[in-house]
Write a protein that binds this ligand. Structure first.
Ligand code: ADP
Ligand code: MG
Ligand code: MG
Length: 206
């Protein structure tokens, strides 16, 4: 895996490139700002990244988390911000990530999202992409796969999670105001999770 700076740049690139798509998804069942919110956050992250010299993965992820919390706004800012902060705590002082650490980081990130947002899987949120992704990642590890392959499995599971969000009613976040009318639409936050995992996979496979 390339260094952490390249990984965060890849996340920023994919979120900013999909700003309109994420906003369109949120327009259908939310308030049409998920792409705008996330792109604003990652634009700010990009600026800070340009001045970042440390290779401490924990330090960089902490910067990302704090920047997202202070710039994204909306539900997704504190949720993603907390996720990055929790992953940062696991990676503190480390410059290389192995499979075990990556899985722990993902688990910690999910724990942070749950603590903050009080959602569980099946409520049409980012958790419907992230939890299956974590399971697929650890399943890949158990089968002896290397990090790029584990990430690929996680990304495929997140893609399936997006499809699943189309079939369920939102019970958390703004989309919950629509009740049954949220069925048939995919969740924007699950989609941004999938995009980030796919960017990390592409980088890891290089
Ligand atoms: P807002 O809804 O405040 O406009 P965004 O549009 O940026 O914020 O983010 C919406 C996304 O946040 C949803 O698509 C969903 O995935 C996620 N989300 C909302 N509430 C929660 C929650 N309680 N737990 C987990 N994810 C949530
Ligand atoms: Mg929104
Ligand atoms: Mg909003």
């Amino acid at each position: 895996m390339a260094n952490v700076i390249a990984a965060i740049e890849a996340l920023a690139d994919i979120i900013i490139a999909n700003k309109e798509k994420l906003t369109e998804l949120d327009a259908a069942i939310g308030d049409a700002d998920h792409g705008i919110n996330m792109a604003r956050g990652f634009e700010a992250v990009r600026v800070k990244l340009a001045a970042t010299t440390t290779e401490d993965i924990g330090a960089v992820l902490k910067m990302v988390g704090m920047t997202l919390i202070s710039t994204v706004g909306g539900a997704s800012g504190p949720l993603y911000g907390t996720a990055f902060m929790r992953a940062a705590a696991i990676a503190q002082g480390q410059t290389v990530i192995n499979n075990d650490t990556a899985a722990e980081m993902l688990r910690a990130a999910i724990g942070g999202i749950k603590d903050r947002g009080k959602a569980v899987r099946g409520e049409k949120t980012m958790l419907d992409a992230l939890e299956p992704a974590y399971e697929a990642f650890t399943q890949g590890m158990a089968e002896g796969e290397a990090l790029p392959e584990c990430l690929e499995l996680a990304t495929a599971a997140a893609a399936a999670g997006i499809e699943y969000t189309k079939t369920i009613i939102a019970t958390k976040g703004r989309a919950s105001y629509l009740g049954e009318r949220s069925i048939g639409h995919q969740d924007a936050g699950a989609t941004s999770c999938y995009l980030m995992l796919s960017a990390l996979t592409a980088l890891a496979k290089q």
